[in-house]
Design a protein around this ligand. Structure first.
Ligand code: ATP
Length: 356
């Protein structure tokens, strides 16, 4: 089921929680709504679910305008952070619930329900827990029951609001990978809300980055991480180094440091900031015009890559650089050494453009 979100705005009193949101979701896509607290993610999800009414705009499922139809008729499945499983029901009964309460005409037989529930419990690896009560499950297991329960009614769209938010880091990681697999097996259009950038970048087909009720950027995880279109997205999606300077003749200059900024040719004598991800910086032994001198303050060797913290000689600002183990070995770097740091890929923004 494809989804179109058209010009959705929502206010609570004088406060505008969503401001003219527009985007399309393809059938079978897994979309992450990512943003800081209060950016409007949950409000948007609740509007898609029909739990909240927008002040303006429309939601289409396929070609059908469902803006004014009830949640029940939208055939959406939900999983929330603190999913209220029925405590007096076993795992089996919880998953079966949505099928049992169907109108008689569409209700499956007892055997069909049993078959379906066991198939879903198998999928979430909880077959042997069918007779347990929720109070005897771990948080991760409860969320798996919640997912099986949401899928039981064969929703056209699956909506998840911080589904793993209350779980510890290791369980979160396992569950999100597993959600991805489940999503791929079922090919169900899914939207999940998260404020955790790692989670969004890890599992989503596309990430919708939200800020103050607006969409900052939509793209694949690679696009939004590698090519942010605003300082906000740079900061929100990972570590970033700032090279502050002045624009002049299509170049960003600061003291002896000069880099090309051809998109700003004609913008003269204006303060600007170059944004660079830690892995887009190289370390050199020799000075060049587009490098700055820095002292290695700390080397963190644990993990797949080597993280370095450096302090610039000219302004005492900290820089974070990420090297592969091979690059690190070749350079033979040591703490306290002086090196030259050169941005390989830098994107320039003019400060008035952002607030962070
Ligand atoms: P979080 O990650 O903290 O859940 P969010 O990005 O999901 O944040 P929303 O829950 O959509 O954000 O809230 C967006 C803004 O709208 C917030 O400032 C919130 O206080 C406000 N808001 C949400 N629901 C209501 C409501 N029922 N009445 C008044 N204000 C609301």
């Amino acid at each position: 089921m494809s989804i179109q979100i058209q010009n959705i705005s929502k206010s609570f009193g004088n406060f505008q929680a969503l401001d003219d949101i527009n985007f399309d979701i393809q059938t079978g896509e897994l979309i992450a709504l990512l943003g800081p607290s209060g950016s409007g993610k949950t409000s948007l999800l609740r509007i898609i679910a029909g739990l909240e009414k927008a002040n303006q705009g429309a939601i289409l499922f396929g070609k059908e305008d469902i803006t004014h139809i009830s949640t029940k008729e939208r055939k959406v499945g939900f999983v929330f952070q603190h999913y209220a499983l029925f405590r007096h029901m076993t795992v089996f009964e919880n998953v079966a619930y949505g099928l049992k309460v169907r109108p008689r005409k569409t209700r499956p037989s007892k055997n069909e329900i049993k078959e379906k529930v066991m198939e879903l419990l198998n999928l979430v690896k909880l077959e042997s827990f069918a007779d347990r009560y929720p109070s005897h499950l771990s948080g991760g297991q409860r969320q798996r029951v919640a997912l099986a329960r949401a899928l039981a009614v064969e929703p056209k769209v699956l909506l998840l609001d911080e589904p793993f938010g209350a779980l510890d880091a290791k369980v979160r990681k396992d569950l999100r990978r597993w959600l991805r697999k489940l999503h791929d097996d079922y090919e169900i259009t899914s939207i999940f809300v998260t404020h955790d950038q790692e989670e969004a970048l890890d599992v989503a087909d596309r990430v919708v980055v939200m800020n103050e009720g607006k969409i900052e950027q939509i793209g694949t995880p690679e696009e939004v991480y590698e090519n942010p279109n605003s300082p906000f997205v740079y900061h929100f999606l990972g570590n970033v180094n700032l090279f502050k300077g002045r624009l002049h003749g299509g170049k960003l200059r600061q003291g002896d440091f000069v880099v090309d900024a051809p998109e700003f040719l004609g913008t003269e004598n204006t303060e600007a900031v170059g944004y660079v991800r830690p892995h887009d910086i190289s370390i050199e032994r020799k000075r060049s015009v587009d490098s700055v001198s820095a002292k290695i303050n700390y080397i963190h060797l644990v993990g797949a890559a080597v993280q370095l913290e450096l302090i610039r000689r000219d302004n005492d600002e900290y820089l974070e650089v990420e090297l592969t183990k091979e690059q690190y070995r070749n350079l033979k770097l040591k703490t306290g050494e002086e090196v030259f740091v050169k941005p390989k890929q830098l994107k320039v923004f003019i400060p008035e453009d952002y607030s962070i």
